[in-house]
Write a protein that binds this ligand. Structure first.
Ligand SMILES: [Zn+2]
Length: 418
């Protein structure tokens, strides 16, 4: 197992004063750019009475947050990107659709989502062959990891999702030493490789897009794979990543991450949970105070033996509002509402998320209206419609009337992480 980690001396080891200066100068030029080019940001700053000139870190707290779950309707009223784009659409490399639905761009920068440092911290080096298993289809995950890996000089196998046996054989034949994707799929590949008696050479893995329970990390490490995780969102790119100490995730130094108390909106104390709010400085689609809906806590300040000086997130604790992440994708109650209202035979429904064998399972319980008959064709049609909208495969099951109580949660997340 490899022990060396590349560290960016200019950005990852700067002291607090240098960090503040660096972020302030980035913020100042970003706000000037947005004020000029992005109509929604101009309106936002004008209505909050914040002059864009000489904008500093202390001014950031006065900028109203933009909630991820409001983005979809903002994009509908101001297509394509809600007035947040700085410059013409023609400068972009790609446009993606994530469930929700929300649309996100990939700007012209080569490592647009800033993954390079995160992969270096994982132990990836130039020339490593890495199997990338996030989807390249419509959603940005695959390209997010792909561009970061290539910026580091890694060779990417763009595997995407599914086709487990083919992925096992391909990773083996091409002698991949790195893996990037969800930790549960890594486990699936490793176990399947054993069944097929196909050798895999994975040494380092970057885990993202879902929780990494310590039990799963230990199981994967038992196969000789070093597993470190990163936290990213489709809108903001990577926000934090682990170092070899595995004591939380260092904030990515080229963005500002705030953790805001869920009730007061003020900065949460270290150790206290709050919503993760990110500010990024890309020159095509920078976001000011974008509220992710993720809940996390900052670790108490203090140095890290790895040499990185950025504060650390202790870990993710859940979601604000109605979205739950299942198999790496957000599932929302509102998406299910949209589907179920097409089926008058469904009186009530609830999604139940469980975890077995380190895999997420999504079950939809439906209570049928009086007189509606239980036919398999109906259940299949419901399952198919849900899959189109929610994008995560789930099983539909008829429940006895009264199973789903009044005021029951639309998504009952029964997973326990240990
Ligand atoms: Zn560290």
């Amino acid at each position: 197992m490899r022990e060396s980690y590349q560290l960016d001396p200019a950005l990852e080891t700067q002291d607090e004063e240098d960090r503040q200066d660096y972020l302030e100068s980035k913020l100042r030029s970003t706000v000037a750019l947005l004020y000029r080019e992005a109509p929604r940001v101009k309106r936002l700053l004008d209505s909050a009475g914040i002059p864009p000139a000489q904008f500093g870190l202390k001014d950031l707290r006065r900028v109203p947050i933009t909630r991820k779950d409001a983005l979809s309707s903002m994009q509908t009223e101001e297509p394509p990107l809600a007035g947040f784009l700085a410059g013409p659409v023609g400068r972009l490399q790609r446009l993606f659709a994530s469930p929700g639905p929300t649309y996100v761009p990939q700007g012209p920068a080569s490592d647009y989502w800033r993954f390079g440092m995160a992969f270096a911290a994982t132990g990836f080096r130039p020339g490593d062959v890495v199997l990338n298993t996030l989807s390249y289809h419509l959603t940005p995950g695959g390209f997010m990891l792909d561009s970061g890996l290539r910026s580091l000089g890694c060779v990417v196998i763009p595997a995407g999702t599914g086709q487990t046996d083919l992925q096992v054989r391909t990773a083996s034949a091409l002698q991949a030493t790195g893996y990037a994707g969800t930790p549960s799929f890594l486990r699936t590949l490793v176990l399947r490789a054993r069944e097929l008696n196909v050798p895999l050479r994975f040494e380092a893995a970057f885990a993202t897009a879902e929780m990494l329970p310590e039990s799963l990390r230990q199981e994967l490490e038992g196969f000789g794979i070093r597993v470190l995780q990163g936290y990213a969102t489709a809108d903001l790119g990577v926000l934090a990543y682990e170092c070899s100490q595995k004591n939380g995730m260092h904030l990515q130094p080229e963005c500002i991450v705030e953790v805001l108390d869920l009730e007061t909106g003020q900065p949460a104390q270290p150790g206290q949970p709050g919503q993760v709010v990110g500010t990024t400085f890309d020159d095509s689609y920078p976001l000011l105070r974008f509220a992710t809906g993720d809940i996390a806590a900052l670790a108490p300040p203090g140095g890290c033996p790895c040499g990185r000086t950025a504060p650390r997130l202790k870990g993710l604790l859940g979601r604000v509002g109605d979205a739950v992440k299942v198999k790496g994708m957000f599932v929302r109650g509102s998406q299910m509402d949209e589907v179920m209202k097409q089926f008058p035979a469904v009186a009530r429904f609830q999604a139940v998320v469980t975890r077995e064998e380190q895999q997420d399972h999504l079950l939809y319980l439906v209570e049928l209206a009086p007189g509606a008959s239980t036919d398999t064709a109906l259940l299949e049609r419901i399952a198919e419609s849900l899959r189109d909208v929610v994008k995560v495969r789930g099983e539909v099951q008829v429940a006895q009337p009264g199973t789903i109580g009044d005021g029951a949660k639309k998504i009952d997340d029964r997973r326990v992480w240990k």
